[in-house]
Design a binder for this molecule. Structure first.
Ligand code: CA
Ligand code: CA
Length: 120
């Protein structure tokens, strides 16, 4: 089953898209800082409401990052997959330590460690 993760799943357009994909058989997960009505009840009814709101640095894992950006699910993020994500495009050079134009799990893990340190 294909999984889709929505950042800001509570948005008026986002939650409708999430519900539409859920109905088409996708496994839908999401996160958001705040979710207001009517999005909240509509997502809740379908079991799509995130367990907790907001996010903490501990929620950011290689799996989490890969889930968002690894479109072909090969376990790494290519330049093409990073396209359109400002932070990822900017950080690509920094994270891609072996300069092969692909962010693999190990490189992502290292970057996350740095981000966590920076947030402390
Ligand atoms: Ca990929
Ligand atoms: Ca690399």
């Amino acid at each position: 089953m294909r999984t889709v993760h929505f950042i800001a799943i509570g948005g008026s357009a986002m939650h409708n898209l999430a519900i539409a994909l859920h109905r088409q058989g996708f496994e839908v997960t999401g996160s958001d800082d705040e979710i207001f009505e009517p999005s909240r009840s509509r997502l809740d009814r379908l079991g799509l409401l995130p367990d907790k709101l907001g996010w903490s640095p501990e929620d950011i894992t290689p799996d989490f990052i890969l889930k968002q950006f690894d479109q072909d699910a090969n376990g790494s993020i290519s330049r093409d997959e990073a396209k359109g994500h400002k932070v990822l495009v900017k950080g690509f050079q920094l994270v891609d330590t072996n300069r092969d134009n692909v962010l693999d799990r190990g490189e992502i893990e290292k970057a996350i460690v740095l981000i966590r340190k920076a947030l402390k």
